[in-house]
Design a protein around this ligand. Structure first.
Ligand code: ADP
Ligand code: MG
Length: 698
């Protein structure tokens, strides 16, 4: 369906060849539609005119109406000149100043003509001054229709060539004035029930709101629409999958699960673990394939939930696999699970890249015959030509590389799609989870096993090392162990390693009575493991490391985590690192060390860390500080972010609303055939084609 919005911008009278080229190259604006969707990033209220006598130096942008009395060129040294226009509105005089383009200014703005001047006042030598103000001819600008002035983002390149937000404003104004009424893209029943403004009105008002209210109405409508189609796409995908594929029904809880539960479970499950197991069991009996995201902070006991889920598959005559992001983690899982299952007649094997030759063949055979009941591996398992006898459950530890496409690959290994459980220790705020993992149901373990004391987090400046060393010494003398983490600055690995080596030597001298281990990413696996083992076995008291210890490592006796140059780490990374301690029953500490000078953002990060151990609060804060595009995992999730106006962090309520509305549509019209909804399905098809790179998800 071609529409006026597909029209090339060169057909706009206000767009010449040069501008066409710049818009296309710098902002990817090629069509009327692109321009219309290039939304302002802020607005300034221009409905009020101030008197010069009312000005104060703490005012934001204001506008004045008056005349230029005279021009003056002032020497400002180094052969530079400043152009000053003395401007009066009858209530006082201000100076308008320019540091360039004097000739052009003098030619454009005449002494004695009435102008509207817009800018930020600053006090200078007893007079207010406006640097590089916006100036409009008062006779051409109707105050009553000015309302909010839009501000558009520009690239540096555009600014250098003299483009301003005003240039874009002029072009969009031109476009809006020639556009015929635009068709609606949401069904009437939604628009009416939610009291949204029409698409046509919203697209015009978003560029030229007359008031704050109009701006909000336009934003709500456009944000909702954007989020709604994202949700509709995800939920429709999920519903299609459900209809196409039946899930195995695992309603038998037999000897394996019960035997484990009664005799091998070394502790009572937490309330949260029990609740999650109920949710998982309900999924497995429903006849639908389970697609569940299990969120739980580090140390909350997800592995055990994974194991019990796999045991249900075994009880029903099927196999299970558990995939980890690294080989080291896969090996740790193997160890943990074999320990849990000790004495039970269950064959658990490991398959990673380093398992080769005869051993590999043996494992592949065992999987094909069904002899091996549980396979632990890296994510390579799904890429491999590994054939299972009957794969019933697949668990993925850490969601990062486990998007829709990866999950779909599992089905090649099984007659029906296996039940899937994706675990994550990086708590994802609900709104974000809904958007990137919208086709997954979510379970949360929000309770730590009993007996754990909350970790205390402290902030120290790097000139307080003496007292820091004393605390470390005290802890080690109590029999504990300590991690000291150095940051990795990716630009220069050599300098990083040098930092680490030097730091290691300094620490060795500072603690002559203790033994130290050291690991970093450039060491060979075997070397790393040997060093690690020394620490795990308690032969060394201090482990000096880069962030390689971030995931997986479990040393309950380690109770102090010192993070040097903590300002270099993001919130979620700090939280992950902190999660390495607090695993035993001793009081644990996390000490964040920084220099004195901190940016405001760093300050906030440190404050949040000292304030809470709650991974979800930290994730929310992270989302607010960094924005969703940056968050770990969103890139690889298989759900491209291309939101033009909505903001997942700030528009949580709209995400929820969009979700509810989209779900209602899918529930009422699962086959997508109701004529009332045809507009929706057509629009979705159009969006998928042109706007968004959804390829990864569907
Ligand atoms: P996660 O994978 O969620 O970070 P783990 O599964 O590694 O956490 O569990 C952390 C530790 O807590 C493990 O040593 C595990 O055996 C133990 N654990 C798990 N559940 C419980 C429980 N209900 N009670 C006591 N300890 C538990
Ligand atoms: Mg884990």
């Amino acid at each position: 369906m071609s529409s006026i919005l597909d029209q090339d911008i060169q057909f706009l009278p206000s767009v010449g060849t040069k501008t066409k080229e710049i818009l296309s190259k710098e902002l990817s604006i090629r069509s009327y539609g692109d321009l219309l969707e290039y939304y302002p990033y802020k607005y300034v209220d221009r409905s009020k005119i101030f008197h010069i006598s009312e000005l104060t130096s703490d005012m934001p942008f204001v506008q004045l109406k008056g005349k230029i009395l005279s021009y003056e060129e002032v020497d400002i040294g180094k052969r530079n000149k400043m152009l000053v226009a003395h401007f009066s509105d009858g209530y006082g005089v201000v100076d308008l100043v320019w540091f360039r383009s004097a000739q052009y200014i003098i030619k454009s703005y005449k002494v004695g003509t009435e102008y509207i001047v817009f800018g930020k006042p600053s006090a200078y030598n007893g007079r207010f001054r406006f640097a590089h103000p916006d100036i409009d001819d008062a006779s051409k600008l109707q105050i009553s229709e000015m309302g909010m002035q839009p501000f558009y983002g520009l690239t540096e390149n555009m600014k250098k060539r003299g483009y301003t937000s005003r240039s874009i404003e002029r072009i969009t104004r031109n476009l809006v004035s020639i556009l015929p009424p635009l068709p609606e893209t949401l069904p009437d029943f939604i628009v009416n029930r939610l009291h949204l403004v029409s698409r046509d009105a919203a697209l015009r008002m978003i560029h030229y709101p007359h008031s704050h209210q109009e701006m909000q109405k336009a934003q709500v409508r456009l944000k909702f629409e954007e989020l709604f189609y994202v949700q509709l796409n995800i939920l429709r995908y999920a519903s299609d999958q459900r209809r196409k594929y039946r899930g195995y029904i695992f309603n038998r809880i037999g000897d394996i699960f019960n035997g484990f539960y009664a005799h091998h479970l070394p502790f009572e499950l937490t309330g949260a673990q029990k609740r999650v197991m109920h949710e998982i069991r309900a999924d497995m009996c429903s006849g639908r394939q389970m697609n569940r995201l299990l969120q739980g902070d580090v140390g909350s006991g997800k592995t055990l939930v994974a194991l019990m889920t796999m045991l249900i598959a075994l009880d029903n005559g099927y196999q299970a696999c558990l995939m980890a992001p690294t080989e080291i983690l896969a090996e740790q899982h193997l160890q943990t699970i074999r320990d849990f299952l000790q004495g039970m007649d269950i064959r658990v094997e490991l398959l990673t890249g380093i398992v080769k030759g005869k051993k590999r063949k043996e494992i592949l055979d065992g999987l094909a015959t069904g002899d091996i009941q549980i396979l632990i591996g890296t994510h390579a398992v799904i890429e491999d030509p590994v054939a299972f006898h009957r794969l019933g459950v697949a668990v993925s530890d850490e969601q990062h590389r486990f998007g829709v496409a990866q999950r779909a690959k599992l089905w090649a290994k099984s007659e029906n799609p296996p039940h899937v459980l994706v675990m994550t220790a990086t708590p994802i705020p609900r709104t974000l989870a809904m958007t990137i993992y919208g086709d997954l149901d979510v379970s949360v373990i929000d309770e730590l096993p009993p007996g754990r004391k909350p970790i205390q987090t402290l902030h120290k400046f790097d000139n307080q090392l003496t007292s820091l060393y004393q605390s470390i010494r005290r802890q080690i003398n109590l029999g504990r162990q300590v991690y000291i983490v150095f940051p990795l600055i990716k630009e220069n690995e050599k300098i990083d390693l040098k930092n680490l080596e030097e730091g290691y030597e300094t620490l060795k001298q500072a603690f002559p009575e203790f033994r130290l281990s050291k690991i970093h990413g450039r060491m060979k696996s075997a070397e790393k493991e040997a060093e690690m083992e020394q620490f795990v076995k308690g032969k060394t008291q201090i482990l000096v490391a880069t962030t390689v210890i971030e995931v997986g490592v479990n040393v309950p006796n380690a109770s102090v985590m010192v993070i040097l140059d903590a300002q270099r780490f993001g919130l979620s990374q700090l939280h992950q690192l902190r999660g390495r301690v607090g695993r035993g029953c001793d009081q644990s500490y996390c000490i964040l060390v920084t220099g004195y000078k901190l940016s405001e953002e760093t300050r906030k990060r440190i404050d949040i860390m000292c304030d809470t151990n709650d991974g979800f609060r930290i994730a929310e804060a992270d989302l607010k500080l960094r924005g969703p595009g940056d968050l770990e995992g969103t890139q690889q999730s298989g759900m491209a972010f291309d939101l033009k106006i909505a903001n997942i962090a700030r528009d949580g309520q709209l995400v929820q609303l969009a979700r509810t509305e989209a779900q209602a549509i899918i529930d009422a019209d699962p086959q997508c055939e109701h004529p009332l909804n045809s507009l929706l399905w057509n629009r979705l098809r159009e969006l998928k084609k042109t706007h968004i790179n959804w390829a990864a998800i569907s």
